[in-house]
Design a protein around this ligand. Sequence first.
Ligand code: FES
Length: 510
Amino acid sequence: MNAETAIRGSHWLETAPPGDPAPPPSGDLTVDVAVVGAGIAGLSTAWELVRQGREVAVLEAGRVAAGVTGHTTAKLTALHTLVYDHLRRTRGPEVARLYAVSQTAAIRHASEIVDELGIDCEWEETAACTYAEDPRRAGALRAEAEAAREAGLPAEFVTETELPFAVAGAVRVSGQAQFHPRKYLLALTDDLRRRGGTVYENTRVVGLSEGEPCVLRTDAGAAVRAGEVVIATHYPVFDRALLFTRLSPRRELVVAATIDEDRAPRDMYITPERATRSVRSAPYRDGRRLLIVTGEHFVPGTGDAEERFARLSGWADDRFAGLTFTHRWATQDNDSTDSVPLVGPFHPGSRHTYVATGFGGWGMSGGIMAGRLLSDLINGRAVAWDHLYDPRRLAPVVREGVSLLKHQAQVARHFLGDRLSHLTGPAPDDIPPGHGAVVRLGTRQYAVHRDESGSLQAVSARCTHLGCIVSFSHAEQAWECPCHGSRFTPDGRVLQGPAVRPLEKRDIAE
Ligand code: FES
């Protein structure tokens, strides 16, 4: 296993870097629709609405397509590991069919947009495969192939793939795609602006009052009045329907290495084995491709990412041999308790607020699907699959009972247990440079970080979302909350919601 001298971060951000940031609103404003979040779901929704003549403002806490969307593996597929057999069993074959139709329509729609706008985003039509090496999983793969076929996908069960190792079986679906997500979304953003839409960056939304109009409040104090509001912040930053009880955050690691063209897989692969392994390749340079391998998922704020990165690189090098690693990054997904995204009206009483979340690891097709679905709902158009994704769906909650309880038990364990486990934490003097730890001084818990120069800085260890205790990730130099996945810089600024407020500064001499 080789590594280029400096391992870089996200390949997508490196090869389509952000330009100058668009400024926040200079004062209050009024628009038809405000979209909160400029990832693939928010931008897709905004673009559809602008194209339909709506006046739209997109409000992004950071930079366009630089959050979760800038750290994805960018597979556009309707084959989502083993979802069809699950849906067929839990919600029936018609729901599985609608899922396949809606996700396939999203991929086709993205392909039409690429053609229409002439976007150079490394679009490659390819097949998607879910595979297993363990023969005991072959039955599940056969069942998935059958369910996916029944749902209308061109799925087949195969035992041979182009991978350089044997598999016990795989579901293969042709006619899927992979692309460069930032090149696609930056072009979509340019087109949105050309058509009169506005994107505000470095603009964190911290308040929402629902009404006619709805009023959003930004961190700089501007009021944004909008007839309709879409919350597309990955994990919703407002939660009127207690969606946090139905979403589990999952952090996932990505390593990338250069590989000769003739050894690079052309299809996209995923296996649920070994805490997931996902493989695709992308165009690189000098006649080589980039092998992108994802896996080792875990709850944010739990355990050592460094060890997991090593395990993932080790697996990739073992399977593909002689790789030169160039990049590594991490992404975060939110799994819904019934494995179906939550896209539609925000809560049972909502008239003008909408949400898009819970895409699991499938936010590319899911985000584009959400854009079309939400723009149709806002325009009062009927959609055949709106009930499938409706966040207000109640019946599945009964079926989701076990996962709901499991998730809530896990949150409760962190909420209470983490307070007790830090009763005997390290002293500030024990924290080495580049590390952080939760320290108890008197009755308070502090999140203390020592930078490379040796200076200590302290912030409150209580997450500003709902008060769970954060934990430090040395590999990613961030405080992470295990309850709903909020992330913060070492000095407490929000990197990722649902939290919208920074961890409070603390003086450890106090
Ligand atoms: Fe919910 Fe921290 S993210 S308590």
